[in-house]
Design a protein around this ligand. Structure first.
Ligand SMILES: Nc1ncnc2c1ncn2[C@@H]1O[C@H](COP(=O)(O)OP(=O)(O)OP(=O)(O)O)[C@@H](O)[C@H]1O
Ligand SMILES: [Mg+2]
Length: 424
């Protein structure tokens, strides 16, 4: 860093000389001492020093000068170099000039003329010290600000990285779920397709044998009867297994394919649920259950009726399949209520309930306790996707063993995105 500069300003050369001499005695070895003859000179000198980035620590200016008065000089110096400490020399007790300089140039000190060299040296020494302290504080502040800025930048970067990582993780999770689903579907489909293949090859062999016997003209009635029985059994098996495989593929499509392909419209919720239940009537008729739908029948929503239909079907079918013993009479209920801009649909049964350890898993694909009855474990997974993605709602399950199960669907009354899209 350059050496501190002390500037002396007076309109008398003799005064400037004595100032230079006295200051040199005390500060020559670590300061530059510059002089200016009059106010204009002083301002020009200060301008040069500022442009050259010199360390202008102290300026001592006479008050009474013919071109510009000391207080005005210091005021202008203050504009150019605010951190410089200003000292005024005054020959007379000129209170106005001093107070002016205090107000407009933050005057550090004033020295009365004639001065004692020791007084001058002491005042300048203190000024230099004080200037250095100020500079240190300033430097410290700038350092601190720079560090804060650097840290903020680092933190912003970290935050951005975190956000990207989070998005990537979510994406990876989705892909993993899809991968799991594909693997699961492949595994699930293997059994019915394998069975169908076995039955088909049995049918094929039997048909070959029958053709041979027939060609030889040795076909007996009993052989034909036995063949027909095998053909019937095999085709039943093929049909049953291929239907199972087709259902699995259908379910898989529902999960994997974009679900927004369903149509969206305004409809009355309760009549709509009732119509879905009517479709389930053939199944319900085989049981002794009572089904109720309660709530304001006029309540309307703008949503995807197709999705709601799948949800209702899955929930009711689950109660029929999993909640009751054969012949047991249950009470199944849909309660629909509106809370401001939300629709709450609560579906409950009073069946066997779901053990706590299973409650975490029921929405996972392929979790089922009914595999031997043909359950694939995709039903509630689909319901969960439909509620949270297609209908943009929240799905919860509360269940207690021996008391029953309740699914709570918290849905937006209106799907805003699609409405905005339709308007725009
Ligand atoms: N109302 C209910 N009462 C008791 N258990 C239930 C009920 N609903 C679901 N469960 C349990 O949650 C499991 C998962 O249900 P989910 O609908 O996903 O599969 P699933 O019904 O077994 O097969 P799928 O629906 O694919 O044919 C069921 O196997 C059953 O154990
Ligand atoms: Mg199910």
């Amino acid at each position: 860093m350059s050496r501190p500069v002390i500037v002396c300003v007076d309109d008398e050369i003799a005064v400037l000389d004595s100032l230079r001499r006295e200051l040199s005695e005390a500060f020559e070895d670590h300061c530059e001492i510059e002089t200016a003859l009059g106010g204009k000179d002083a301002i020009a000198l200060v301008q040069d020093l500022v442009e050259d980035h010199c360390d202008l620590s102290v300026i001592i200016a006479d008050y009474l000068m013919p071109d510009i008065k000391g207080d005005e000089v210091l005021h202008q110096v203050h504009q150019l170099s605010p951190q410089t400490l200003k000292i005024m020399l005054t020959g007379q007790a000129n209170v106005d000039g001093i107070s002016n300089a205090i107000n407009t140039a933050q005057l550090y000190h004033y020295i009365a003329k004639p001065w004692q060299p020791e007084d001058l040296q002491l005042t300048v020494r203190e000024a230099l010290n004080s200037y250095q302290q100020e500079q240190k504080i300033l430097e410290y502040q700038q350092n601190l600000e720079r560090k804060v800025q650097e840290r903020t930048q680092e933190l912003t970067q970290t935050l951005n990285t975190l956000k990207t990582t989070q998005a990537e993780l979510i994406q990876a999770e989705k892909m993993a779920a899809l991968g799991q689903l594909v693997a699961g579907v492949a595994h699930e489909i293997n059994t019915p397709v394998g069975n169908a293949l076995l039955a088909a090859s049995v049918l094929n062999n039997e048909t070959d044998s029958l053709t041979q016997v027939y060609d030889q003209g040795a076909l007996k009635r009993s052989t034909l009867t036995s063949y027909l029985q095998t053909a019937q059994d095999s085709s039943d098996l093929i049909l049953q297994n291929l239907q199972g495989a087709a259902a699995l593929i259908q379910n898989f499509k529902q999960v994997a394919v974009d679900q927004t392909s369903h149509e969206q419209r305004e409809f009355e919720i309760i009549p709509y649920i009732e119509s879905v239940l009517t479709n389930l009537e053939p199944k319900l008729k085989q049981t002794c259950h009572t089904v109720a739908v309660t709530g304001d029948a006029a309540l309307k929503t703008i949503s995807y009726p197709g999705a709601l239909s799948q949800i209702v079907t899955n929930l009711v079918m689950n109660s029929l399949l999993h909640a009751y013993e054969p012949g047991q009479a249950g009470y199944l209920r849909f309660e629909v209520t509106q809370h401001r801009d939300r629709i709450i649909i609560e579906y409950s049964d009073d069946g066997c309930g779901i053990p706590t350890e299973y409650q975490q898993k029921i929405f996972e694909p392929f979790f089922t306790t009914g595999r031997d009855q043909g359950g694939s474990g995709l039903g509630l997974h689909i319901v969960h996707n439909l509620v949270t993605q297609t209908l943009e709602g929240i799905l919860r399950c509360e269940s207690e063993v021996a008391l029953g199960t309740r699914f709570i669907l918290d849905l937006p009354l209106t799907l805003v995105g699609e409405r905005a899209y339709a308007r725009g």
